[in-house]
Write a protein that binds this ligand. Structure first.
Ligand code: NAP
Length: 494
């Protein structure tokens, strides 16, 4: 059954959007485009941009091509590079938010603490006690958002500057310092690449090696940018031309099928990259993973292997025993003296809208529902939480395709469900338990065939060790998001 929203009068539901990052801004813009002005975006920070506001570390770059990491309705011919630097992306979101007048709808410094379904609507309370009501809540709270601090003894004893990569302290001078970086995910690799030439000594503490996918370091010239201005089809070609489509299809086939030829090709590329780039066999051995390429989230880097071979850079693979006032002590007793310690140790990827308390029908607590692993029907809606929708929620294709494209498609899907409320067809919309269970059964079975299930630890895995991922193709995602299947939803009458 498909939504039939043609005939009824227009009701204008009030929306509350949680988060003014990429997805929350998108939701606001789309509402304004529909002529809906009765909405508020709650943002706990003091500026828009989400992850691009929080992450300001040296070397921050988006490893999705800039023209693809752009709203479809707001192309940006002025990107400075094929992979845009973080500050430029943040400025893009700020510009777009202003251009659409979104600041009139944003409450900054307002962290949503609680959402409660009253049976009629949502009662939303922020951390300062401010209360609000809404017919629809959109949780656009991001995925990699809550910093994960390592549980290493003595961390608080370090006397130098010590901060998480997503809480960079820009008052700390870096040049000529002895810098330690714990972690070698996408973040640690970007930080090390940026600081290797600036530090007197840079020590990267590596617990597990990472496969590195080589990517070109393409800076756009004035001429390139003029060409993008003059001919928007050039932008479209980068976004979704045959080459971009083929690349997405190749990568997706590789990750959703661990036995695919596409994954074997990727394996060949990353192995060659390591063999051809790192000359010292000892360092090469340290950097060689013993698991499949793309099992952990693939790290894309144009220059990591070059930077890590500088004489002032040390990759340390021994396990850390404790942090002391002046540095890091390994289990074998070796001590690394440091002035600065950077924790590039990742994020709690299972939080989503939490720690906000979300109470659905009959007071059911989302934290209880998600006790083992967070789930959502097609990653966007949850049984017994009517009119509560997630963008980039659990089991979505985060990391598979451009997150902006994903968010836009999810919004289009959610908007069709909200249309049922607008048109008076329903007052409350939530998927059924049976629909979520069937989706999860299919998804988990498919997820076991993905590369994420081939025997490495990563933030893709849930508490049970199973991949909490979207295990199907881009085409499947686009098709699933094109129209909600209303048979899978419980609609409460107006
Ligand atoms: P991450 O991929 O989770 O990496 C965390 C790193 O810290 C890993 O190397 C991990 O080692 C290490 N670590 C954690 N706890 C540790 C401990 N107690 N002792 C020693 N090492 C420890 O986090 P991330 O690098 O911040 O990246 C997270 C995700 O953000 C990425 O996968 C990506 O999706 C996204 N991201 C994207 C971009 C982009 O350009 N688009 C840039 C940065 C980040 P183990 O591997 O052994 O666990």
């Amino acid at each position: 059954m498909q939504p039939n929203t043609a005939s009824r009068p227009d009701i204008s539901p009030r929306h509350i959007i949680i988060g003014a990052g990429m997805a929350g801004l998108l939701a606001g813009i789309r509402l304004l485009e529909r002529g809906e002005t009765d909405f508020t975006i709650y943002e706990k920070g003091d500026a828009v941009g989400g992850t691009w506001r929080d992450n300001t570390y040296p070397g921050l770059t988006c490893d999705v091509p800039a023209h693809s990491y752009t709203y479809s309705f707001a192309p940006n011919p002025d990107w400075s590079a094929y992979f845009a630097p973080g500050p430029e992306i943040r400025a893009y979101f700020e510009r777009i938010a202003r251009a659409h007048g979104l600041h009139d709808h944003i409450r900054f410094g307002a962290e949503v603490a609680r959402c409660e379904w009253t049976g009629q609507d949502w009662r939303v309370v922020d951390a300062k006690g401010h209360q609000d009501r809404a017919d629809v809540v959109i949780a656009a709270t991001g995925v990699l958002h809550h910093p994960k601090y390592p549980d290493i003894p003595g961390l608080a004893d370090f006397s130098g500057a010590c901060f998480h990569s997503a809480r960079w302290d820009h008052t700390v001078p870096l040049d000529g310092k002895r810098i330690g970086v714990i972690g070698n995910g996408s973040t640690g690799v970007q930080i090390v690449s940026a600081l290797a030439s600036r530090a007197a000594r840079l020590v990267q503490f590596q617990r597990t090696p990472q496969w590195i996918m080589p990517v070109p370091d393409i800076r756009y010239t004035d001429e390139d940018r003029r060409a993008f201005h003059d001919d928007p089809m050039r932008i479209e070609a980068v976004r979704s031309g045959p080459e971009a489509q083929a690349r997405r299809a190749r990568f997706t086939s590789a990750i959703i099928d661990a036995e695919s030829t596409e994954l074997a090709e990727i394996q060949g590329i990353v192995e060659r990259n390591l063999e051809d780039s790192v000359t010292d066999p000892v360092l090469r051995a340290k950097l060689r993973p013993d698991y499949r390429a793309a099992c952990k989230r693939m790290v894309f880097s144009p220059g990591y292997y070059t930077e890590v071979q500088r004489p002032s850079v040390f990759v340390v693979t021994g396990s850390i025993a404790r942090i002391e006032a002046d540095g890091v002590r390994l289990q074998d007793g070796i001590f690394h003296s440091l002035d600065i310690l950077v924790l590039a140790t990742g994020f709690h990827a299972d939080r989503f809208v939490r720690p906000a308390q979300v109470l659905g029908e009959q007071g059911i607590d989302l934290d209880t529902v998600w006790r083992t692993d967070p789930t959502a029907y097609y990653a966007v809606a949850i049984p017994h939480f009517p009119n509560f929708f997630l963008i980039n929620g659990p089991t979505g294709p985060v990391g598979n395709f451009s997150l902006i494209d994903i968010a836009e498609k999810q919004w289009d899907y959610i908007a069709q469900l909200v249309d049922l409320i607008r048109c008076g067809e329903a007052h409350a919309v939530a998927p059924t338990d049976a629909a979520l269970a069937a989706y999860e059964r299919r998804r988990r079975e498919a997820a076991r065939r993905t590369v994420f299930a081939t025997g490495c630890d990563s933030w893709y895995l849930g508490a049970t060790g199973e991949p909490q991922v979207w295990p199907w193709s881009y085409a499947h995602f686009a098709e699933a998001m094109a129209h909600p299947r209303l048979d899978d939803y419980a609609l409460a009458g107006p």
